[in-house]
Ligand binder design. Structure first.
Ligand code: EPU
Length: 426
Protein backbone atom coordinates (compact mmCIF):
# COMPACT_ATOMS: atom_id res chain seq x y z
CA UNK A 1 0.00 0.00 0.00
CA UNK A 2 1.25 3.48 -0.60
CA UNK A 3 -0.12 6.78 0.51
CA UNK A 4 -1.38 8.95 -2.32
CA UNK A 5 -2.58 12.03 -0.56
CA UNK A 6 -2.55 14.93 -2.91
CA UNK A 7 -3.19 18.18 -1.13
CA UNK A 8 -3.85 20.17 -4.30
CA UNK A 9 -6.95 18.28 -5.42
CA UNK A 10 -10.28 20.10 -5.62
CA UNK A 11 -13.89 19.53 -6.62
CA UNK A 12 -15.88 21.66 -8.99
CA UNK A 13 -19.57 21.14 -8.19
CA UNK A 14 -22.60 22.47 -10.05
CA UNK A 15 -25.52 23.01 -7.69
CA UNK A 16 -29.20 22.49 -8.28
CA UNK A 17 -29.65 18.72 -8.72
CA UNK A 18 -32.09 16.96 -6.41
CA UNK A 19 -30.63 13.57 -5.48
CA UNK A 20 -32.84 10.73 -6.69
CA UNK A 21 -31.99 7.08 -6.96
CA UNK A 22 -29.93 4.53 -5.14
CA UNK A 23 -26.60 4.77 -3.34
CA UNK A 24 -24.65 2.14 -1.38
CA UNK A 25 -22.89 2.96 1.87
CA UNK A 26 -19.26 1.82 2.19
CA UNK A 27 -17.65 0.19 5.22
CA UNK A 28 -17.18 2.24 8.39
CA UNK A 29 -13.93 4.21 8.43
CA UNK A 30 -13.47 4.28 12.17
CA UNK A 31 -14.28 0.61 12.68
CA UNK A 32 -11.97 -0.43 9.85
CA UNK A 33 -9.07 1.58 11.27
CA UNK A 34 -9.43 0.12 14.78
CA UNK A 35 -9.76 -3.41 13.35
CA UNK A 36 -6.55 -2.94 11.36
CA UNK A 37 -4.73 -2.05 14.58
CA UNK A 38 -6.15 -5.20 16.23
CA UNK A 39 -4.21 -7.26 13.67
CA UNK A 40 -1.09 -6.54 15.74
CA UNK A 41 -2.51 -8.69 18.56
CA UNK A 42 -1.81 -11.97 16.74
CA UNK A 43 0.64 -13.62 14.35
CA UNK A 44 -2.26 -15.16 12.43
CA UNK A 45 -4.08 -13.58 9.52
CA UNK A 46 -6.86 -11.12 10.15
CA UNK A 47 -9.10 -10.85 7.09
CA UNK A 48 -11.29 -7.76 6.96
CA UNK A 49 -14.09 -7.48 4.42
CA UNK A 50 -16.00 -4.36 3.39
CA UNK A 51 -13.03 -2.11 4.16
CA UNK A 52 -13.53 1.31 2.55
CA UNK A 53 -10.97 2.41 -0.04
CA UNK A 54 -10.10 5.74 1.61
CA UNK A 55 -6.80 7.44 2.29
CA UNK A 56 -6.94 6.92 6.07
CA UNK A 57 -7.01 3.15 5.48
CA UNK A 58 -4.14 3.51 3.08
CA UNK A 59 -1.96 5.52 5.42
CA UNK A 60 -2.66 3.22 8.37
CA UNK A 61 -1.81 0.24 6.11
CA UNK A 62 1.46 1.93 5.29
CA UNK A 63 2.17 2.46 8.99
CA UNK A 64 1.50 -1.22 9.74
CA UNK A 65 3.85 -2.27 6.94
CA UNK A 66 6.54 0.12 8.15
CA UNK A 67 6.55 -1.54 11.56
CA UNK A 68 6.85 -4.98 9.94
CA UNK A 69 3.27 -6.27 9.50
CA UNK A 70 2.08 -7.46 6.09
CA UNK A 71 -0.97 -5.85 4.54
CA UNK A 72 -2.41 -7.38 1.38
CA UNK A 73 -5.43 -6.22 -0.57
CA UNK A 74 -7.20 -9.44 -1.64
CA UNK A 75 -9.93 -7.47 -3.42
CA UNK A 76 -10.79 -3.77 -3.58
CA UNK A 77 -12.57 -4.08 -0.22
CA UNK A 78 -10.80 -7.02 1.46
CA UNK A 79 -7.60 -6.70 3.44
CA UNK A 80 -5.54 -9.56 4.83
CA UNK A 81 -3.18 -8.44 7.55
CA UNK A 82 -0.64 -10.34 9.57
CA UNK A 83 1.07 -8.83 12.59
CA UNK A 84 3.65 -11.64 12.54
CA UNK A 85 6.59 -9.63 11.30
CA UNK A 86 5.92 -6.58 13.46
CA UNK A 87 9.30 -5.87 15.01
CA UNK A 88 9.70 -2.10 14.85
CA UNK A 89 8.08 -0.61 17.87
CA UNK A 90 8.94 3.00 17.17
CA UNK A 91 6.23 4.35 14.93
CA UNK A 92 7.44 6.87 12.32
CA UNK A 93 6.12 10.31 13.15
CA UNK A 94 5.13 11.22 9.59
CA UNK A 95 2.71 8.25 9.48
CA UNK A 96 1.42 8.51 13.06
CA UNK A 97 0.45 12.12 12.43
CA UNK A 98 -1.52 11.25 9.27
CA UNK A 99 -4.58 10.34 11.32
CA UNK A 100 -5.92 9.83 14.79
CA UNK A 101 -6.58 6.11 14.68
CA UNK A 102 -2.91 5.28 14.22
CA UNK A 103 -2.24 5.75 17.95
CA UNK A 104 -4.28 2.58 18.46
CA UNK A 105 -1.25 0.52 17.47
CA UNK A 106 0.13 1.43 20.92
CA UNK A 107 -2.15 -0.78 23.05
CA UNK A 108 -1.54 -3.90 20.93
CA UNK A 109 2.24 -3.34 20.67
CA UNK A 110 2.56 -2.68 24.40
CA UNK A 111 0.47 -5.71 25.39
CA UNK A 112 2.18 -8.07 22.99
CA UNK A 113 5.76 -6.87 22.75
CA UNK A 114 6.20 -4.82 25.92
CA UNK A 115 7.38 -1.66 24.18
CA UNK A 116 5.87 1.01 21.97
CA UNK A 117 6.90 4.53 21.12
CA UNK A 118 5.08 7.19 19.16
CA UNK A 119 4.62 10.89 18.67
CA UNK A 120 1.15 12.17 19.57
CA UNK A 121 -1.35 11.20 16.86
CA UNK A 122 -2.61 13.53 14.14
CA UNK A 123 -6.14 13.75 12.74
CA UNK A 124 -8.55 16.58 12.17
CA UNK A 125 -7.94 19.83 14.03
CA UNK A 126 -11.36 19.66 15.70
CA UNK A 127 -10.20 20.18 19.26
CA UNK A 128 -7.36 19.58 21.67
CA UNK A 129 -7.71 15.82 21.40
CA UNK A 130 -5.64 14.73 24.43
CA UNK A 131 -4.63 11.09 24.98
CA UNK A 132 -4.71 10.99 28.79
CA UNK A 133 -7.44 8.32 28.78
CA UNK A 134 -5.21 5.99 26.74
CA UNK A 135 -2.11 6.65 28.83
CA UNK A 136 -3.69 6.40 32.27
CA UNK A 137 -5.30 3.12 31.22
CA UNK A 138 -1.96 1.65 30.15
CA UNK A 139 -0.33 2.91 33.34
CA UNK A 140 -2.97 1.32 35.56
CA UNK A 141 -2.25 -2.00 33.85
CA UNK A 142 1.44 -1.79 34.77
CA UNK A 143 3.04 0.15 31.91
CA UNK A 144 5.64 2.85 32.51
CA UNK A 145 4.97 5.98 30.48
CA UNK A 146 8.07 7.98 29.52
CA UNK A 147 8.80 10.85 27.13
CA UNK A 148 11.57 11.14 24.58
CA UNK A 149 11.17 14.62 23.19
CA UNK A 150 7.65 14.74 21.85
CA UNK A 151 7.39 10.94 21.74
CA UNK A 152 5.55 8.81 24.26
CA UNK A 153 7.52 5.72 25.25
CA UNK A 154 5.51 2.90 26.80
CA UNK A 155 7.19 -0.09 28.45
CA UNK A 156 6.15 -2.96 30.63
CA UNK A 157 8.39 -5.10 32.82
CA UNK A 158 10.40 -7.62 30.79
CA UNK A 159 8.86 -11.07 30.61
CA UNK A 160 5.68 -10.02 32.36
CA UNK A 161 2.24 -9.36 30.92
CA UNK A 162 0.25 -6.24 31.66
CA UNK A 163 -2.03 -6.88 34.62
CA UNK A 164 -5.77 -6.41 34.78
CA UNK A 165 -7.14 -3.40 36.66
CA UNK A 166 -10.35 -1.59 37.45
CA UNK A 167 -10.29 1.64 35.45
CA UNK A 168 -12.48 4.69 35.42
CA UNK A 169 -12.12 6.58 32.14
CA UNK A 170 -12.26 10.33 32.76
CA UNK A 171 -14.09 10.72 29.45
CA UNK A 172 -15.75 7.97 27.38
CA UNK A 173 -13.17 8.43 24.62
CA UNK A 174 -13.78 6.28 21.54
CA UNK A 175 -10.16 5.57 20.61
CA UNK A 176 -9.14 5.62 24.28
CA UNK A 177 -11.61 2.84 25.09
CA UNK A 178 -10.46 0.89 22.05
CA UNK A 179 -6.75 1.25 22.77
CA UNK A 180 -7.07 0.27 26.43
CA UNK A 181 -9.43 -2.60 25.53
CA UNK A 182 -6.88 -3.95 23.04
CA UNK A 183 -4.17 -3.84 25.71
CA UNK A 184 -6.42 -5.47 28.32
CA UNK A 185 -7.38 -8.49 26.21
CA UNK A 186 -3.83 -9.86 26.59
CA UNK A 187 -3.33 -8.76 30.23
CA UNK A 188 -3.01 -11.17 33.13
CA UNK A 189 -6.30 -11.22 35.05
CA UNK A 190 -9.46 -9.23 34.60
CA UNK A 191 -9.99 -5.60 33.69
CA UNK A 192 -13.09 -3.48 34.18
CA UNK A 193 -13.51 -0.29 32.15
CA UNK A 194 -16.01 2.06 33.77
CA UNK A 195 -17.33 4.95 31.65
CA UNK A 196 -16.34 3.20 28.42
CA UNK A 197 -17.45 4.61 25.08
CA UNK A 198 -20.48 2.81 23.62
CA UNK A 199 -20.17 3.93 19.98
CA UNK A 200 -21.08 1.17 17.51
CA UNK A 201 -17.48 1.13 16.25
CA UNK A 202 -16.27 0.34 19.79
CA UNK A 203 -18.86 -2.44 20.07
CA UNK A 204 -17.80 -3.93 16.75
CA UNK A 205 -14.14 -3.88 17.77
CA UNK A 206 -15.04 -5.76 20.97
CA UNK A 207 -16.95 -8.34 18.92
CA UNK A 208 -13.99 -8.72 16.56
CA UNK A 209 -11.62 -9.21 19.51
CA UNK A 210 -13.94 -11.90 20.91
CA UNK A 211 -13.89 -13.58 17.50
CA UNK A 212 -10.10 -13.58 17.84
CA UNK A 213 -10.33 -15.33 21.22
CA UNK A 214 -10.70 -12.41 23.65
CA UNK A 215 -13.21 -12.53 26.52
CA UNK A 216 -15.04 -9.21 26.64
CA UNK A 217 -18.51 -8.81 28.12
CA UNK A 218 -20.79 -5.82 28.66
CA UNK A 219 -20.43 -4.85 25.00
CA UNK A 220 -22.59 -1.82 24.24
CA UNK A 221 -22.70 -0.70 27.87
CA UNK A 222 -20.52 1.81 29.69
CA UNK A 223 -18.95 -0.94 31.79
CA UNK A 224 -16.80 -3.46 29.97
CA UNK A 225 -15.35 -6.60 31.64
CA UNK A 226 -12.33 -8.17 30.03
CA UNK A 227 -10.83 -11.48 31.14
CA UNK A 228 -7.27 -11.47 29.85
CA UNK A 229 -6.08 -14.40 27.73
CA UNK A 230 -2.47 -15.35 26.87
CA UNK A 231 -2.93 -15.08 23.11
CA UNK A 232 -5.38 -14.31 20.32
CA UNK A 233 -5.79 -16.00 16.94
CA UNK A 234 -6.78 -14.92 13.44
CA UNK A 235 -10.31 -14.29 12.21
CA UNK A 236 -12.36 -13.11 9.27
CA UNK A 237 -14.79 -10.26 9.87
CA UNK A 238 -16.95 -7.86 7.92
CA UNK A 239 -16.71 -4.14 8.67
CA UNK A 240 -20.14 -2.65 9.39
CA UNK A 241 -21.50 0.03 7.01
CA UNK A 242 -20.51 3.58 7.87
CA UNK A 243 -23.30 5.26 9.87
CA UNK A 244 -21.76 8.69 9.24
CA UNK A 245 -21.66 8.23 5.48
CA UNK A 246 -25.24 6.91 5.62
CA UNK A 247 -26.28 9.95 7.65
CA UNK A 248 -24.58 12.24 5.14
CA UNK A 249 -26.61 10.69 2.27
CA UNK A 250 -29.81 10.99 4.28
CA UNK A 251 -29.10 14.67 4.89
CA UNK A 252 -28.25 15.17 1.21
CA UNK A 253 -31.59 13.70 0.17
CA UNK A 254 -33.54 16.04 2.45
CA UNK A 255 -31.44 19.08 1.65
CA UNK A 256 -31.65 18.77 -2.14
CA UNK A 257 -35.36 17.98 -2.17
CA UNK A 258 -34.56 14.44 -3.31
CA UNK A 259 -35.54 10.85 -2.65
CA UNK A 260 -32.79 8.29 -1.99
CA UNK A 261 -32.63 4.56 -1.35
CA UNK A 262 -29.60 4.26 0.92
CA UNK A 263 -28.49 0.64 0.69
CA UNK A 264 -26.77 -0.80 3.77
CA UNK A 265 -27.61 2.25 5.92
CA UNK A 266 -27.23 0.77 9.45
CA UNK A 267 -30.54 2.19 10.73
CA UNK A 268 -30.25 0.32 14.05
CA UNK A 269 -27.45 2.72 15.07
CA UNK A 270 -28.86 5.85 13.42
CA UNK A 271 -31.79 6.71 15.72
CA UNK A 272 -30.56 10.20 16.60
CA UNK A 273 -30.09 11.46 13.04
CA UNK A 274 -33.25 9.71 11.78
CA UNK A 275 -35.18 11.36 14.60
CA UNK A 276 -33.80 14.81 13.74
CA UNK A 277 -34.49 14.41 10.02
CA UNK A 278 -38.05 13.31 10.76
CA UNK A 279 -38.41 16.44 12.91
CA UNK A 280 -37.49 18.54 9.86
CA UNK A 281 -40.47 16.92 8.12
CA UNK A 282 -38.61 14.37 5.96
CA UNK A 283 -40.07 10.96 5.18
CA UNK A 284 -37.84 8.15 6.38
CA UNK A 285 -38.71 4.51 5.83
CA UNK A 286 -36.71 1.67 7.30
CA UNK A 287 -36.39 -1.00 4.67
CA UNK A 288 -34.79 -4.41 4.51
CA UNK A 289 -31.10 -3.61 4.07
CA UNK A 290 -31.26 0.17 4.28
CA UNK A 291 -33.29 3.35 4.43
CA UNK A 292 -35.42 5.39 2.07
CA UNK A 293 -35.16 9.11 2.74
CA UNK A 294 -37.39 11.55 0.90
CA UNK A 295 -37.76 15.30 1.28
CA UNK A 296 -41.29 16.61 1.87
CA UNK A 297 -41.12 20.25 0.84
CA UNK A 298 -39.04 22.84 2.69
CA UNK A 299 -37.53 21.33 5.85
CA UNK A 300 -38.37 22.84 9.25
CA UNK A 301 -35.74 24.26 11.63
CA UNK A 302 -34.68 21.94 14.47
CA UNK A 303 -32.31 22.27 17.42
CA UNK A 304 -29.74 19.62 18.25
CA UNK A 305 -26.74 18.86 20.44
CA UNK A 306 -23.83 16.71 19.26
CA UNK A 307 -23.18 14.13 21.98
CA UNK A 308 -21.50 10.79 22.56
CA UNK A 309 -23.48 7.78 21.24
CA UNK A 310 -26.43 7.32 21.15
CA UNK A 311 -26.81 11.11 20.81
CA UNK A 312 -26.46 12.97 17.52
CA UNK A 313 -22.95 12.07 16.30
CA UNK A 314 -20.44 14.92 16.38
CA UNK A 315 -19.37 13.72 12.92
CA UNK A 316 -22.84 14.67 11.64
CA UNK A 317 -22.88 18.09 13.31
CA UNK A 318 -21.48 20.03 10.31
CA UNK A 319 -23.55 18.15 7.67
CA UNK A 320 -26.74 18.73 9.71
CA UNK A 321 -25.85 22.41 10.10
CA UNK A 322 -25.52 22.66 6.31
CA UNK A 323 -29.04 21.23 5.99
CA UNK A 324 -30.41 23.72 8.50
CA UNK A 325 -29.32 26.62 6.28
CA UNK A 326 -32.16 25.40 4.02
CA UNK A 327 -34.70 24.92 6.81
CA UNK A 328 -37.53 27.32 7.58
CA UNK A 329 -36.86 29.14 10.85
CA UNK A 330 -34.07 29.45 13.40
CA UNK A 331 -32.08 26.40 14.52
CA UNK A 332 -29.78 26.26 17.53
CA UNK A 333 -26.89 23.82 17.51
CA UNK A 334 -24.52 22.87 20.35
CA UNK A 335 -21.30 20.85 20.08
CA UNK A 336 -20.66 18.84 23.28
CA UNK A 337 -17.85 16.51 22.19
CA UNK A 338 -15.02 18.51 20.58
CA UNK A 339 -13.92 22.07 21.31
CA UNK A 340 -13.11 23.15 17.73
CA UNK A 341 -15.90 21.75 15.58
CA UNK A 342 -17.12 25.06 14.16
CA UNK A 343 -14.63 25.40 11.29
CA UNK A 344 -17.40 24.79 8.78
CA UNK A 345 -19.22 28.00 9.77
CA UNK A 346 -16.92 30.42 7.95
CA UNK A 347 -16.99 28.28 4.80
CA UNK A 348 -20.80 28.04 4.77
CA UNK A 349 -20.97 31.79 5.24
CA UNK A 350 -18.87 32.26 2.08
CA UNK A 351 -21.71 30.50 0.25
CA UNK A 352 -24.26 32.86 1.80
CA UNK A 353 -25.40 30.99 4.92
CA UNK A 354 -26.75 33.02 7.83
CA UNK A 355 -24.96 31.58 10.84
CA UNK A 356 -23.84 33.22 14.05
CA UNK A 357 -21.52 31.08 16.14
CA UNK A 358 -19.47 30.87 19.32
CA UNK A 359 -16.69 28.31 19.83
CA UNK A 360 -19.23 25.55 20.41
CA UNK A 361 -22.69 26.80 19.36
CA UNK A 362 -24.37 28.12 16.26
CA UNK A 363 -27.60 29.87 15.48
CA UNK A 364 -28.66 29.18 11.91
CA UNK A 365 -31.40 31.13 10.15
CA UNK A 366 -33.02 29.72 7.05
CA UNK A 367 -33.84 29.12 4.40
CA UNK A 368 -31.10 31.11 2.67
CA UNK A 369 -30.29 31.09 -1.01
CA UNK A 370 -26.72 29.88 -1.35
CA UNK A 371 -24.47 30.96 -4.21
CA UNK A 372 -21.48 29.09 -5.58
CA UNK A 373 -18.12 30.31 -4.25
CA UNK A 374 -14.56 29.19 -3.59
CA UNK A 375 -14.40 27.27 -0.30
CA UNK A 376 -12.19 24.81 1.56
CA UNK A 377 -12.79 21.40 3.12
CA UNK A 378 -11.20 22.13 6.49
CA UNK A 379 -11.70 18.66 7.99
CA UNK A 380 -13.53 15.50 6.88
CA UNK A 381 -16.94 16.55 8.15
CA UNK A 382 -16.57 20.29 7.53
CA UNK A 383 -15.73 19.17 3.98
CA UNK A 384 -18.96 17.15 3.81
CA UNK A 385 -20.88 20.22 4.98
CA UNK A 386 -19.53 22.47 2.23
CA UNK A 387 -20.10 19.78 -0.37
CA UNK A 388 -23.73 19.44 0.74
CA UNK A 389 -24.12 23.21 0.58
CA UNK A 390 -22.57 23.22 -2.89
CA UNK A 391 -25.26 20.77 -4.04
CA UNK A 392 -27.96 23.39 -3.43
CA UNK A 393 -25.95 26.54 -4.23
CA UNK A 394 -26.68 28.47 -7.40
CA UNK A 395 -23.94 28.00 -9.98
CA UNK A 396 -20.55 26.42 -9.43
CA UNK A 397 -18.61 25.90 -6.19
CA UNK A 398 -14.90 25.10 -6.03
CA UNK A 399 -13.94 23.06 -2.97
CA UNK A 400 -10.22 23.05 -2.21
CA UNK A 401 -8.31 20.63 0.04
CA UNK A 402 -10.58 17.69 -0.70
CA UNK A 403 -7.90 15.34 0.61
CA UNK A 404 -9.84 15.73 3.86
CA UNK A 405 -12.92 14.24 2.18
CA UNK A 406 -10.78 11.46 0.67
CA UNK A 407 -9.77 10.48 4.19
CA UNK A 408 -13.28 9.43 5.10
CA UNK A 409 -15.61 9.08 2.12
CA UNK A 410 -15.07 6.39 -0.52
CA UNK A 411 -15.46 7.51 -4.15
CA UNK A 412 -17.74 10.35 -3.18
CA UNK A 413 -17.60 12.01 -6.61
CA UNK A 414 -18.44 8.73 -8.39
CA UNK A 415 -21.42 8.18 -6.13
CA UNK A 416 -22.67 11.74 -6.63
CA UNK A 417 -22.24 11.48 -10.40
CA UNK A 418 -24.30 8.27 -10.42
CA UNK A 419 -27.09 10.35 -8.82
CA UNK A 420 -26.95 12.96 -11.55
CA UNK A 421 -24.71 15.59 -9.92
CA UNK A 422 -22.23 17.46 -12.12
CA UNK A 423 -19.01 17.15 -10.13
CA UNK A 424 -15.45 17.13 -11.38
CA UNK A 425 -12.26 16.34 -9.58
CA UNK A 426 -9.09 18.07 -10.67
N1 EPU B 1 -10.70 13.12 25.18
C1 EPU B 1 -10.10 13.30 26.38
N2 EPU B 1 -9.05 12.49 26.71
C2 EPU B 1 -8.59 11.52 25.89
C3 EPU B 1 -9.23 11.33 24.66
C4 EPU B 1 -10.30 12.16 24.34
O1 EPU B 1 -10.47 14.18 27.14
O2 EPU B 1 -7.64 10.84 26.24
C5 EPU B 1 -11.83 13.99 24.80
C6 EPU B 1 -11.51 14.81 23.56
O3 EPU B 1 -10.83 16.00 23.89
C7 EPU B 1 -12.86 15.07 22.97
C8 EPU B 1 -13.66 13.84 23.40
O4 EPU B 1 -12.90 13.18 24.39
O5 EPU B 1 -13.41 16.20 23.52
C9 EPU B 1 -13.97 12.86 22.31
O6 EPU B 1 -12.78 12.31 21.80
P1 EPU B 1 -12.66 10.77 21.46
O7 EPU B 1 -11.37 10.28 22.02
O8 EPU B 1 -13.91 10.06 21.83
O9 EPU B 1 -12.56 10.81 19.91
P2 EPU B 1 -11.47 10.08 19.02
O10 EPU B 1 -11.33 8.69 19.48
O11 EPU B 1 -10.27 10.94 18.92
C10 EPU B 1 -13.20 9.13 17.33
C11 EPU B 1 -13.37 9.20 15.85
C12 EPU B 1 -13.84 10.59 15.46
C13 EPU B 1 -15.15 10.87 16.18
C14 EPU B 1 -14.97 10.71 17.69
C15 EPU B 1 -16.23 10.89 18.49
C16 EPU B 1 -11.66 7.66 15.13
C17 EPU B 1 -10.38 7.45 14.41
N3 EPU B 1 -12.09 8.91 15.22
O12 EPU B 1 -12.20 10.10 17.64
O13 EPU B 1 -14.08 10.55 14.07
O14 EPU B 1 -15.56 12.18 15.91
O15 EPU B 1 -14.43 9.41 17.97
O16 EPU B 1 -17.21 10.01 18.05
O17 EPU B 1 -12.27 6.70 15.57
C18 EPU B 1 -14.24 11.46 11.90
O18 EPU B 1 -14.49 10.33 11.51
O19 EPU B 1 -14.37 12.48 11.18
C19 EPU B 1 -13.79 11.64 13.29
C20 EPU B 1 -13.22 12.76 13.71
Amino acid sequence: MSTRRNRTRRYLVKGGTALHGHVRVSGAKNQALAAMCASLLTDDYLVLENVPDISDVESLGELLETIGATVERLSPSTLRISGKGANVFEAPTELITENRASFQIMGPLLARHGFASSAPPGGDVIGQRPIDVHLSGFEAMGAAIGRDGERYVLTRACGERLHGARLFLDYPSVSGTQNVMMAAVLAEGSTTLVNAATEPEVQELARLLNLMGARISGIGTQILHIEGVPELHGATARIMPDRIEAGTWAIAAVMTGGDLEIEDAPSEVMDAVVNKLRATGALIEEREGGLRVAAQGTPRAVNFQALPYPGVATDLHAPLAALLTQAEGVSIVHERVFDNRMLYVGELRKLGAEIVSTSSSAVITGPTKLNGAHVRALDVRAGAAVLLAALVAKGHTVIDEIYHLDRGYERLDHKLRSLGVEIERS
